[in-house]
Design a protein around this ligand. Structure first.
Ligand code: SAH
Length: 345
């Protein structure tokens, strides 16, 4: 197995069979070997810096019905909210004061936010914070809408492909959603000029090592600026309520593999990772990640953006929260930086 990791380090790719063999054959010793290399490579490009992104979860309405997500439209128990433009701008202001230079607007696919309304929000942030990156994570849209929002001032877009394989995709989503359309959106975003982030859930129901191999091959081909992965975690009001969660162990292993395959990519240690283990995000950083995305949403709505159960709720909207995060990273030898943190990839 070490030979496959050496090969991945040297060639930044593996064949489908090699990916499968490596993922299936992993063990704690191989993982340590991988993480050492992943840390070395991330240090070469990004030093000990950890970039921060301020996450603003601006709506929990969603027209989609993904089987894994707590915000799916069939879930009657969601306490719905939408943030006004003024509230979003005040989240940005708080974040800016705390050193955030990237704002991530994430939400369900909420028709209330028409092209006009969304473009107005983006351009208002753009005018007030010319030195900041604006990231959108609002799901699948038309090429036209993506272009309009790019022109309004958005720079980056996060849209996980979730799983590359279309039959696996069909087991996680209702028939009106398809892997092919999700992937088309990603190519559209790239073509328009966004810095793109994609990714997948680790340990989602029915996922096989073959599926993960295909995800790695797709990542290599798309060559995004950022890759977000996190463990699947069941939500009690979804069809997957009784499914097992993805493991910390496999998620960390996949993070290490992604760092070796794409040395300069931005790789977040996600909230889901921090949810399945108290030091999950720290372990993610030690497996090669270099980004954290703390929550800037107002405290009263944060409890309602529940895509999975037990989602950690450590806001950094206060100076104390921000300090606590700094301490956690400091304790493992890394430092939070306030740069925009554009991808070197
Ligand atoms: N509506 C936006 C944002 C989705 S939430 C979009 O479609 O892109 C962001 C990510 O959370 C999703 O892409 C998915 O990978 C992840 N997610 C959703 N439900 C989850 C669950 N139960 N466990 C872990 N991750 C989940």
């Amino acid at each position: 197995m070490e030979d496959l990791i050496d090969k991945l380090e040297n060639q930044q790719k593996l064949s489908r069979n090699e990916w499968i063999r490596l993922i299936q054959g992993r063990n704690p010793q191989i993982s340590n070997y991988l993480f050492q290399k992943a840390r070395k490579i991330r240090k070469q490009h990004y030093g000990n810096d950890v970039y921060i992104r301020g996450l603003i979860e601006f709506t929990n309405y969603c027209r989609n019905d993904c089987y894994y997500c707590g915000l799916r439209r069939s879930n009657q128990n969601v306490k719905h909210y939408r943030l006004s433009k003024e509230t979003i701008l005040s989240c940005c202001e708080t974040g800016y004061q705390l050193g955030f230079r990237t704002f991530v607007l994430q939400g369900g696919e909420d028709r209330y936010f028409t092209d006009d309304i969304m473009a107005d929000i983006v351009s208002s942030i753009r005018i007030r914070y010319p030195d900041c990156a604006i990231t959108l994570s609002i799901g699948e849209c038309s090429h036209e809408r993506y272009r309009r929002l790019f022109e309004a001032g958005a720079n980056r877009f996060l849209l996980r492909h979730e799983t590359y394989n279309s039959s696996h995709y069909a087991k996680l989503h209702p028939p009106e959603l398809s892997a092919a359309h999700r992937q088309k959106c990603l190519w559209d975003l790239k073509e328009i000029g966004y810095q793109v982030g994609t990714g997948f859930m680790v340990g989602s129901p029915y996922q096989t090592p073959e599926n993960l191999a295909d995800d790695m091959i797709f990542l290599k081909k798309l060559n995004p600026q950022m890759v977000g992965i996190g463990p699947f975690i069941p939500h009690h009001d979804t069809p997957f309520k009784d499914e097992n969660a993805g493991t910390l162990e496999l998620t960390l292993f996949m993070l290490g593999l992604i760092r070796l395959m794409m040395p300069k990519v931005l790789l977040p240690a996600t909230t889901a990772l921090g949810t399945i283990a108290p030091d999950g995000r720290e372990q993610g950083i030690l497996a090669g990640a270099n980004v954290v995305m703390p929550n800037l949403s107002p405290g009263d709505v944060r409890n309602n953006y529940l895509i999975y159960d037990n989602k950690i709720n450590t806001g950094v909207e206060s100076a104390e929260g921000r300090k606590a995060l700094e301490k956690r990273m400091d304790a493992i030898g890394y430092r939070i930086v306030t740069a925009r943190g554009d991808s070197l990839n």
